[in-house]
Design a protein around this ligand. Structure first.
Ligand code: AMP
Length: 579
């Protein structure tokens, strides 16, 4: 079979690029600046033809999305002159908006799709060395969200939709020998509940051929198998009779599924029997897909809290964490697939963009005194970062972003040849400060993890969580929202609440709590299904399940989500941890 690319050659190219990372970065910057020299934005900063890193960083300022928003809006409105790029931008990406509550417009072009494929091919080549797959299919929980035209006639959609719609994506999936088992009508269906049901149905029908179970983010895989728990009998009935459930109403999906679904009572009975044999669904994925080699998706950062559940469903199937990127562009590939997801690192590809790193955090370990300076020091280049240091990532990409602060915090844990291997730490500044506290999304995650152990002892789990900083009364305090898998005893939840409060290690938080400059933390328990409502809300706004990340701190700008939370609280507890 023509595999389209040779994995060993891909590895060789990657080794070549990363051995010469410094030079490749300079060439990449030069190429980006030359191709876009006619863009008004670059002209404004008077580079006057200079393309070296020093001139670039002294002429062009660091920016955030907010700074570029008016320019991107002009592009979306159809401005007839080159604003950020030399060649006209014809597509706009909509970021998921699930981390900060606000969706962002980002310019997109074909070169970005190409860099995505380079990342996919690179990590696949390394993965395939350790976990070779045969010819088969993948059960990919992927969805194409709605695309629309902006005022200026540009096509707008989420990054994943733009990629899944591209020809390059299909070719790459084929080359990896794992085309999706679901037809396009399912992937691009207008209703994700119906698409999800059919993804599951296709997966079961092709169960013997399934080699890989994947999604962009691990949350979506867990969500899918939670849904399986609810619909498995209906799936079995569809397979037994060869008739698609009446819950699928989209005509194009029904037509496409009719070609795949044939009466197969033997398979239906087998699946029925398998489901009944499981204890609390442990090992579901392993039993459903006897030939699956691994489960693949982003499992780091805000996805870590779902790993426990994913391992439970996976049974003995290995979990492999996917690459690191964003709507603004890809950054690094996971070239060490055997590492457990919690330890996953990303080797930056030096030719897919120009990268800088703002040194961020100096932790005085002895005093636990943390400083997150707005600008601790000047940004450093890709090959000048230091092991064990944390940085904010700054991207210059091929689609009109120049010295763009991504807002992610990463830690350098080593080098692959001369390119750094990064570990994702967290999004920056997600938790607002009440007093002198400097808690991050990661701190919240660790505190929830500690408290969830008390629930685990009761055979219960935190389905999902978020938080809010409540400044409506003096002093301000943290409110943490939990959806729990069942009824927990009051004493246990009280203990969980105290544990949440006392597990934050940030010295600013602890000292503020001790002198009551921050009020007692409140734990609010939500009705079952609340996080599904939040997900539905985002999908209703045109976001996609592919890129969904539960917002970990809900601010006042996100009134609808706050209302969903507040309306679904069933119990609340105030911490007594600090007296
Ligand atoms: P979006 O633009 O909606 O696709 O979200 C991109 C954001 O997702 C990034 O800026 C990161 O914060 C997060 N993200 C992407 N890849 C990873 C990864 N491998 N590990 C952790 N977080 C990630």
């Amino acid at each position: 079979m023509d595999t389209g690319f040779d994995p060993e050659q891909v590895i060789e190219e990657f080794e070549g690029l990363t051995k010469d990372a410094k030079r490749i970065q300079m060439e990449t910057l030069k190429k980006i600046l030359e191709e876009n020299s006619e863009a008004e934005y670059l002209k404004k900063w008077r580079l006057d033809g200079k393309t070296d890193p020093e001139s670039y960083s002294s002429c062009v300022p660091l920016v955030t999305h907010k700074d570029l928003e008016p320019l991107i809006q002009q592009i979306a409105d159809g401005a007839p002159y080159p604003i950020l790029t030399g060649k006209p931008i014809t597509t706009i990406t909509l970021s998921s908006g699930t981390t900060q509550g606000k969706r962002k417009f980002v310019p997109f072009n074909n070169e970005l799709t190409e860099t995505t494929m380079q990342i996919y091919r690179t990590s696949f080549a390394f993965r395939n060395r350790e976990f070779p797959i045969g010819n088969g299919k993948s059960l990919s929980f992927i969805y194409g969200s709605k695309q629309f035209k902006t005022k200026g006639g540009l096509l707008a959609g989420t990054a994943t939709t733009n990629v899944y719609r591209s020809e390059q994506f299909k070719k790459t999936m084929l080359a990896m020998q794992t085309p999706c088992c679901s037809p396009d009508e399912v992937i691009f269906g207008p209703d994700f509940h119906q698409s999800l049901y059919c993804h599951l149905l296709c997966g079961v029908i092709y169960r013997d051929e399934i080699q890989v179970i994947s999604s962009t983010f691990a949350h979506s895989i867990v969500h899918s198998f939670r849904s399986f728990e609810l619909v498995w009998e209906e799936l079995c009935s569809d397979i037994k009779t060869g008739t698609l459930s009446s819950r699928i109403t989209v005509p194009s999906i029904r037509t496409a599924m009719a070609k795949i679904l044939k009466p197969n009572p033997e398979l239906a009975d087998k699946i029925h029997e398998t489901c009944l044999s499981l204890t609390n669904w442990y090992g579901l994925i392993e039993l459903l897909f006897p030939n699956a080699k691994y489960i693949y998706g982003i499992m780091t950062g805000s996805m870590e809290p779902y790993l426990k559940k994913l391992r439970h469903y996976a049974g003995g199937i290995p979990l492999l964490s996917a690459d690191y990127g964003s709507s603004e562009g890809w950054i690094g590939a996971n070239v060490n697939p055997t590492r457990p997801p919690e330890m996953a690192t990303f080797a930056v590809l030096p030719n897919i963009g120009y990268f800088e790193f703002i040194p961020l955090r100096e932790i005085d370990v002895a005093s636990q005194d943390r400083t997150l300076p707005e600008f601790g020091s000047l940004p450093v280049g890709l090959t000048d970062v230091k092991v064990d240091e944390e940085y904010e990532v700054v991207i210059t990409n091929v689609a009109g972003l120049y010295r763009y602060r991504l807002g992610d915090v990463v830690k350098v844990v080593g080098f692959h040849n001369s390119t750094p291997e990064l570990q994702f730490v967290c999004r920056r500044n997600l938790m607002p400060t009440i007093n002198i506290d400097k808690n991050t999304e990661k701190d919240l995650q660790l505190s929830v993890e500690a408290a969830a152990k008390l629930l685990a002892a009761e055979k219960l789990e935190v389905v999902d969580f978020t938080s809010q900083v409540d400044l409506s009364s003096e002093p301000g305090r943290y409110v943490i929202y939990w959806e729990v898998s069942g009824e927990a005893r009051e004493e246990v939840l009280k203990e969980c609440c105290n544990c949440l409060d006392s597990s934050f290690v940030d010295a600013g938080y602890v000292s503020s709590r001790k002198v009551h400059a921050i009020g007692p933390l409140e734990l609010r328990v939500l009705k079952r299904g609340t996080f599904q409502k939040i997900l539905d809300h985002y999908v209703g706004l045109g976001s996609t399940l592919n890129q969904f990340k539960t917002p970990r701190c809900v601010g006042p700008a996100n009134q609808i989500v706050l209302q969903i939370l507040v309306n679904n609280v069933v119990e609340s507890y105030a911490s007594t941890a600090f007296g």
